[in-house]
Every structure is written in structure tokens, then in C-alpha cells.
Write a protein that binds this ligand. Structure first.
Ligand SMILES: C[S@@+](CC[C@H](N)C(=O)[O-])C[C@H]1O[C@@H](n2cnc3c(N)ncnc32)[C@H](O)[C@@H]1O
Length: 272
């Protein structure tokens, strides 16, 4: 089992609607980049593992025949299904499932994605093995994971605010055994059977009109913040929220770009 509090569905259930409203603006450019690596066509079938509210699924649905989206959080899948229906995207099928045990036959998909999802699995090797299994020979997998927090001014500011409010929270230290380390990332993909593996760094810069807008984005879309809010009384939360808002008001200059960086791991299932 993993000690990561984000390896279970509950924090994602709690944050689902806020995440769906605020996070895709941050996450969508990474999904758009991932789709570029997969040579999709209007007949392609793709799977989006740990799809959340469908950040990648919604973009992919405009380019391919079928998108199968799975996530272990029921509220995330409910929101994905609702938003897909509202957008008239009838080729997205959404279901609740664990990404370590996919409900699909082998050798089916032209492309398989897990954007900022597989990185949380207690058994990443099973996550990679399942992506490999469901791909057809010659198919492409793209998986993304954050670079170390130290490389991302946006993440540093967010963790700075969290640490100011709760001294038990420290800025995460680099974990060289995780996908933050591109050599581990490459070796885990190769270990699952992928060939021609490449790990690409991708950065985006975000701006906020004001510290208040940054705070709203953070508080509505962050699973760690939702966990904190649910673990303390309303009074303690109000105190911590005030400390975090004061921290951002002091450190963030309106419209100043802050970058965040991820690694995208691309691999191919060998042809038979
Ligand atoms: C940071 S969100 C990413 C959502 C989306 N892929 C995106 O790029 O915006 C992480 C998602 O992974 C899901 N997740 C984490 N572990 C999972 C697992 N073992 N099986 C399925 N989904 C999982 C969470 O429920 C959450 O929706």
C-alpha cells in the first residue's frame, strides 16, 4: 500500500466539482501536448486512465472515434459524463474503475493516456502494465507526471502558502524513486514492455488577475487543500485560509507569469 493520501478516491471525490471548474485551465495544455504525440485519426480508439473530469477526454473526443474514460472517483466520472453530454460529445464512454485493473480487452486501443493519474497509483507497475496490455501492437501510450516542485514556481508558491498555514506541511522534497526522476520514468515504461520510450519536459506559464483569483483557483481545485479543510474545524480552517490568502497577497504580483513543469513519458507497444 502507498502512504500517499491522494492514492485513494476520497480526496478526489471531495474536490471533484471544484477540480472540474478550475483545474482544466491549468491541465489542458498538458493534455493537448500529449495528444500531439499519438498520431490520432478520426477512426482511433483511445483510453483516458484516471481521466478526472475529462480534461484529455474532451479534447480527444473531437479528433477520434471513441474515448473510453475511467477514474476511481464516482463524482469525477459523474461530472465527466454530465459535461460530455452538455457539450454534445456522444463518443465518450465514462465509467468508474481502478486504473490498475482496466475493464477492457487486450490489444484494443490505438492510444492510451494517463495524465497526472498513474503517478498516484500505489502500484505504478500495474498501471503501466495495464496501459500496455490494452494497447494494440504499434499503439502509443502517453503518461504525465509533475517535475520536482523546486522546478515549478507555481507549485512552490502553492506549497509556500500551505506551509505558512500548517507548519506540519513542508515543501515536498524531490523523490528520486518516483516519476519526478526521468530515468525512473523511462525505466518503468521500458519495464512494462514499451519501446522507443522518450521522456519530454513540458512547461506552461499561468497568470492570475489577482492574488484572490489565484487563491480561488487553488482552494477549489486542490485535493490536498480539500483534505485539510475536511480534517479541521471550521474555525481552524478560517484561520488557515486567512494565513494562506495573506501569504499570496504578499508574494503574488497580479499578472506575473508563474510556470509549472511536467514530464510526459511516451512509449510504443512493439508491433507483433
Ligand atoms: C490530478 S487528477 C488528473 C485528472 C485528469 N487526468 C487531468 O489531467 O486533469 C488525478 C485523477 O486520478 C484519479 N486516480 C488516482 N488514482 C486512481 C486509480 N488508482 N484509478 C483510477 N483513477 C485514479 C483521481 O480520482 C483523479 O481524478
Amino acid at each position: 500500500m502507498s502512504g500517499n493520501p491522494l492514492a485513494v478516491a476520497e480526496p478526489w471525490d471531495l474536490v471533484a466539482d471544484g477540480y472540474a471548474d478550475f483545474a482544466p485551465a491549468i491541465m489542458r495544455p498538458f493534455s493537448a501536448r500529449a495528444l500531439e504525440f499519438a498520431s490520432l485519426s478520426p477512426t482511433s480508439q483511445v483510453v483516458d486512465v484516471a481521466a478526472g473530469p475529462g480534461t484529455l477526454s474532451m479534447l480527444a473526443a473531437e479528433q477520434v472515434a471513441v474515448v473510453e474514460a475511467i477514474d476511481f472517483s464516482e463524482p469525477m466520472i459523474a461530472r465527466l459524463a454530465k459535461d460530455a453530454a452538455a457539450a454534445g460529445l456522444t463518443n465518450i464512454r465514462a465509467q468508474v474503475s481502478d486504473g490498475q485493473d482496466l475493464p477492457f480487452e487486450s490489444d484494443r486501443f490505438d492510444a492510451a493516456f494517463s495524465m497526472f493519474g498513474l503517478m498516484f497509483f500505489p502500484e505504478r507497475a500495474r498501471g503501466f502494465a495495464e496501459l500496455f496490455r490494452v494497447l494494440r501492437p504499434g499503439g502509443t501510450a502517453v503518461v504525465s507526471s509533475w517535475a520536482p516542485v523546486a522546478d515549478s514556481p507555481l507549485m512552490r508558491m502553492m506549497f509556500g502558502a500551505l506551509a505558512a498555514a500548517d507548519p506540519d506541511i513542508q515543501e515536498p522534497q524531490p523523490n528520486f524513486l518516483s516519476l519526478e526522476n526521468p530515468e525512473v520514468f523511462e525505466s518503468e515504461m521500458r519495464g512494462a514492455g514499451f519501446e522507443a520510450v522518450s521522456i519530454q519536459r513540458h512547461s506552461i506559464a499561468l497568470t492570475f488577475d489577482s492574488p484572490a483569483q489565484m487563491w480561488e483557483t487553488m482552494v477549489r481545485s486542490s485535493a490536498p487543500l480539500e483534505l485539510m479543510r475536511h480534517s479541521v474545524s471550521a474555525e481552524v480552517w478560517a484561520q488557515r485560509a486567512a494565513v494562506m490568502q495573506a501569504y499570496l497577497a504578499e508574494k503574488y504580483r497580479p499578472n506575473c507569469p508563474l510556470s509549472t513543469t511536467a514530464y510526459l513519458g511516451i512509449g510504443h507497444k512493439p508491433q507483433d
